[in-house]
Design a binder for this molecule. Sequence first.
Ligand code: NDP
Length: 302
Amino acid sequence: MTARIIDGKDASARLKDAVAAAVAALKAKHGLVPGLATVLVGEDPASQVYVRNKQKTAHTLGMNSIQHDLPATTSEADLLALVKRLNADPAVHGILVQLPVPKHIDSFKVITTTSPAKDVDGLHPESAGRLVSGGDALVPCTPLGCLMLLKETVGDLTGCNAVIVGRSNLVGKPIAHLLLNENCTVTIAHSRTKDLAGLCRTADVLVAAVGKAEMVRGDWIKPGATVIDVGINRVPTADGKGRLVGDVMYDEAVKVAGAITPVPGGVGPMTIACLMANTFKACCVQHGITDIAVPTTLPKKG
Ligand code: NDP
């Protein structure tokens, strides 16, 4: 058996198209343009690429994007003051401070200073609390993307045994709560879990969000299970360039799973599309707009 490959690039393109259509409708009907403010502190090259892509995508989808580049020496007080100004700016509907921030800045303070209404990263404790209590929330983008891929692949998730490997606030915990809200039976595994391989073998849906290259082996996977590989790990290659691999040993897993996300090209591309959907949603909620649907599921192919 060879697993069906879940094409995150195609899914991301469809979601972005849906967001662009919703943005156009918002402008036509209400004269409103969603605005995303991104803040980058320092000059980490990977973060620069991420932020630039977010800005570019927002523009492409018809949104306003406002970029703030601050030097690595920016004080915590100055960063928090900027976040407060963005909270108060009516042209800004979503705020994203690119993490990690330099060590002298407390990222939790940055997260909690961001207005929950503009928290498009979904990291504010109020957003997390809303998700846990089953309410409407701005959900972290990567978990939201995983959920959309899973719903399209599996359909109704009710009753599925889901094992999430990883319990971070950014990925593992929100995915677990999203799947609980979909009536899965959810187990969260982590570095202290006993018999991880045996536990993974019970999963109809297995989500790996660990940050350890190719840790999940083929014989950890229940035949026919759906595998979502969130991991992004660079491993060395002979030519010195390195290559990206996930947390799952793909070549083994693809022979056992029913469906699987590749790395790259699986979960990764969904994250940015979900950020755009979150920015659109934040704008609609802030303006009390209910006559244009926020894209929450993947539009059909073709
Ligand atoms: P964190 O480092 O914050 O969390 C990793 C989790 O994995 C922790 O809960 C940790 O357990 C658990 N873990 C570590 N080692 C083991 C082990 N040997 N066995 C079982 N569990 C283990 O990472 P993130 O959640 O932020 O990210 C996870 C991965 O996803 C990374 O590869 C990251 O690059 C990627 N990522 C991808 C994104 C995308 O867009 N595709 C976006 C965000 C992240 P414990 O809590 O006990 O320490």
